[in-house]
Design a protein around this ligand. Structure first.
Ligand code: UDX
Length: 443
């Protein structure tokens, strides 16, 4: 099928490349000329395992192309996926201006039947607004209706770092629409994946996305809250999480205590859902508490550093990990960035290392803390980051931090102290090797 992807960010680019890989003809569009020029050269401006090869391979086969021209790309396509960003406005409400503008552009470009699909995470009732916006354009006579159109919701459940795998092997595909024609087209499109498909009305599909992300965030805040209880009682959060997770109704995933969740989705989707509920006249206090616990977890970590170095002022802290999770260079709402800012505020000097996110972190921290440029060194590896530090802090659970030469690490540190913000090390082993070790909810 001929598909147009509007918005080539994390979601749009992965979705477009994967649809092309399934044999479809995909036209990707973005208003960011720099990004499109880079993609036309086969250079993918984000780090996502396997994505650059997939983009290049499908470009070579003529199944994937990039343009800044929405009109042209819409005319050539039957299915139009809207994958533009829905960032949080100041108020926390999702900012849908880009989405509305795209809906109008699509309407003006229609030359035959189009199926318009919301892939971006949008508030419930957005589908109705998209339909109404396009209908109004036709009704005003600004555009002749040619072949009609349908609107559907098809939320994504891609995790950064495993987005291609998540696309190709989804737990479920959600299709929300009231049109039999739209349902048939999308069932046909997704058939090659042979995955379970849930077909609902459009509002239920829009809520499934927000409810899923909010539930996952809640699960993380829940286990982080339990880790505080473990810290106060001397219980071990890993054992507690294991014992809980063996109950199939709870499950083991998303029960890893740490420094809290970040990324471009959970924080934004939580805010959006809270505001959507407010607008509907419901105070979603449970989600407000999820947010509060998540924010509090950073203070828990700072307190643990103080427990090892006493006064943070003047101390040098080695930081392992800057991205919000491993296997990505994404630092949007990244807890490590927030924690570095909190350490700066307490007068610490930083030596930081991240396998992929150093450059983005350098640019962001230089913008957010211009007066602290001299207080942070971006290091070439974990050992370099440990040099002369009063304490090491693990903030992102990259695999390479798990296989280090700890004897070498200990010699490099001024003080063999580690705060393991992601519980990647074994407390007994660290103590045997002579480290002062504090984890999150570890005995
Ligand atoms: C998430 C959802 O998982 C995905 O379905 C949705 O489409 C987009 O948002 P993503 O944000 O890429 O995906 O990463 P995810 O793996 O969900 O992790 C989100 C955050 O939670 C990360 O900061 C991670 O470190 C943290 N996390 C995750 C925990 O702290 N503990 C856990 O057990 C799991």
């Amino acid at each position: 099928m001929n598909i147009c992807i509007i918005g080539t960010g994390y979601v749009g680019l992965v979705t477009g490349a994967c649809f092309a890989d399934l044999g479809n003809r995909v036209f990707c569009v973005d208003s960011d000329r720099k990004k499109i020029d880079s993609l036309k050269r086969g250079v993918v401006p984000i780090y996502e395992p396997g994505l650059e090869e997939m983009v290049r391979g499908n470009m070579k086969k003529g199944r994937l192309s990039f343009s800044t021209n929405i009109k042209e790309s819409v005319k050539k396509s039957t299915i139009i996926f809207i994958c533009v960003g829905t960032p949080s406005a100041e108020s926390g409400e999702p900012d849908l201006t880009a989405l509305e503008a795209v809906a109008r552009e699509i309407a003006k470009s229609m030359n035959s039947y189009k199926l318009i699909v919301e892939k971006s995470t949008v508030p419930v009732e957005t589908g109705e607004w998209v339909k109404r916006t396009i209908d109004t354009l036709f009704a005003s006579g600004a555009k002749k209706r040619e072949g009609g159109f349908d609107v559907a919701s098809n939320p994504e459940f891609l995790r950064e770092g495993s987005a291609i795998k998540d696309f190709k092997h989804p737990d479920r595909i959600v299709i929300g629409t009231g049109s039999e024609k739209a349902k048939k087209i999308l069932l046909e499109l997704y058939k090659p994946l042979k995955a379970p498909i849930v077909v609902t009305d459009i509002k239920s599909a829009e809520i499934i996305k927000h409810a899923s992300n909010s539930f996952l965030s809640m699960k993380i805040s829940f286990i982080n809250a339990i880790s505080v209880v473990c810290d106060k009682t001397g219980a071990d959060i890993k054992k507690v999480a294991r014992g809980m997770g063996m109950d199939k109704r709870i499950g083991t995933s998303f029960l890893e205590a740490g420094i809290g969740f970040g990324g471009s989705c959970f924080p934004k989707d939580l805010d959006a859902f809270i505001h959507i509920a407010d607008r509907l006249g419901y105070n979603f206090s449970l989600l407000r508490e999820v947010k509060k616990i998540n924010s509090e977890q950073k203070n828990v970590l700072i307190h643990k550093i103080s427990q090892l170095v006493w006064n943070i002022a003047g101390k040098t802290i080695g930081v392992f990990g800057l991205s919000f999770k491993p296997d990505t260079d994404d630092i949007r709402n990244s807890p490590p960035i927030d924690i570095i800012r909190m350490l700066f505020a307490r007068g610490a000097k930083i030596r930081a290392y991240d396998p992929k996110a150093a450059q983005k972190s350098r640019d962001t921290l230089a913008r957010l803390c211009p007066g602290k440029k001299k207080e942070i060194v971006y290091c070439k590896d974990a050992y370099d980051a440990a040099k002369g530090c009063d304490c090491l802090v693990v903030l992102t659970d990259w695999n390479e931090f798990k296989e280090l030469d700890f004897a070498k690490l200990k010699k490099l540190l001024k003080n063999p102290a580690i705060v393991d913000g992601r519980n990647i090390y074994d407390p007994e082993m660290m103590k045997k090797m002579g480290f002062t070790y504090i984890g999150i909810g570890r005995r």
